[in-house]
Design a protein around this ligand. Structure first.
Ligand SMILES: [Zn+2]
Length: 382
């Protein structure tokens, strides 16, 4: 079984006793957003190993500037707790983090650092742009100007839709062990599956003992698919076409950050923590608009030290009428007039007009499901 990032699977879950103890104390509170509540949970269950808490300034700057944690482990995305007001927070005290959407106490934070953020530097290094039309930059700018860093202990799991589809890293690792999967190819997505995705799934099932389909079901941007729709569309595809013994499907409730290449690294590290040995990275991974070069998410893995999970890069995948199948630019030589590009934007537009996308793009069963159940996120991304 592959080692978690940093060598050990982090667990920061409070025992019942600890939980009762902390809840009986009158700790100061910080009210946090849903995405931070989900981050706290992912830290605590080891999805973000080796992180044990929200980043201190030293960790943040090291991640922004070097793409490394101070301990030398590769890390590409800030996991920070932004706050507006720090006047009531003191170093070294314990603070209760409360989900502001439902007042649920989520975690206790042992304050190690309170600092002012240089948002420009974060935006520039992580997202490669200062443009506030970029959803990641916009969110960074909308949230507090300060950050509080320190280790956490999780008291309660945050409430979030579709949680029942999730598995903890310890659970997926156990499933892979039980199934005897020595090689596990992880597939990241934030979309319902189209035929180009299917090509990659099959590639994953060919090269690995198993395929781990792990769609992001956290906060996304306006116009993305609703998470339940994604999961259920996957169930339709898996039930109709794939050998069950070769596939594991589970959701991952963490927000999309739309950081392109850096998020590809983050996504790979997280899947390593869940026990995957291989990670598929395609064109414009975790991109948005045209902020990133489509293959920057491939090149970044050449520029960083080995992160211990094998990156399987793929290129443009499309339907070719001459080849009569789904192919890629590595496997087909035909000119443009034979090629049908498969894009989720195109598919979404057709669906929203009530049209059925051609079967070269989308399986009939998935089409039917999406036509019957389809709706888009409109305001989920705050
Ligand atoms: Zn061809």
């Amino acid at each position: 079984m592959i080692q978690p990032h940093g060598g050990k699977l982090i667990s920061r879950l409070a025992s019942e006793e600890e939980k009762n103890f902390y809840l009986s104390q009158s700790l100061k509170k910080i009210f946090i957003e849903k995405d931070e509540a989900l981050d706290a949970e992912k830290i605590a269950i080891g999805s973000f190993s080796p992180l044990e808490g929200f980043m201190t300034e030293k960790e943040l700057l090291s991640v922004c500037r070097e793409m490394l944690l101070p301990d030398g482990n590769v890390w590409s995305i800030p996991i920070i707790l932004q706050v507006n007001d720090i006047s009531h927070i003191k170093n070294e005290e314990k603070i209760l983090l409360v989900d502001k959407t439902d007042n649920r106490p989520i975690a206790v934070l042992q304050v190690e650092d309170i600092y002012r953020l240089n948002k420009k530097e974060i935006a520039n290094t992580v997202f490669g742009t200062l443009d506030e039309n970029h959803p990641g930059v916009r969110r960074l700018y909308q949230k507090g100007d300060y950050a509080v860093g320190g280790k956490i202990i999780l008291l309660n799991r945050p409430d979030f839709p579709n949680k029942e589809y999730e598995l903890d890293p310890a659970e997926t690792r156990e499933i892979f062990r039980e199934r005897g999967w020595k090689t596990v190819v992880a597939f990241q997505t934030r979309n319902a599956p189209h035929r180009a995705h299917e090509y990659l799934h099959r590639l994953g099932m060919e090269i690995g003992d198993g395929l781990f389909i792990h769609p992001i079901i956290g906060l996304k941007k306006e116009g993305d698919f609703d998470s339940r729709t994604i999961i259920e569309a996957y169930q339709v595809l898996i039930n109709s076409y794939y050998p069950h013994s070769k596939v594991l499907l589970a959701g991952l409730s963490t927000s999309m950050r739309y950081a392109g290449p850096r998020e590809a690294v983050f996504h790979a590290i997280v899947r390593k923590n869940y026990g995957a040995t291989h990670f598929l990275v395609g064109r414009d991974h975790a991109g948005v608009g045209d902020y990133y070069d489509p293959f920057a998410a491939h090149r970044i893995f050449e520029e960083i030290p080995d992160i211990g999970i094998q990156i399987v890069k793929f290129y443009n995948v499309f339907y070719c009428s001459k080849c009569e199948g789904i192919v890629s630019e590595n496997t087909c030589s035909h000119p443009e007039q034979f090629i049908t590009k498969i894009s989720m934007t195109k598919i979404r537009n057709m669906l929203s007009e009530g049209k059925k996308p051609p079967k070269e793009m989308l399986r009939e069963e998935v089409s039917q499901f999406l036509i019957e159940n389809f709706y888009l996120i409109t305001e989920d991304y705050r």
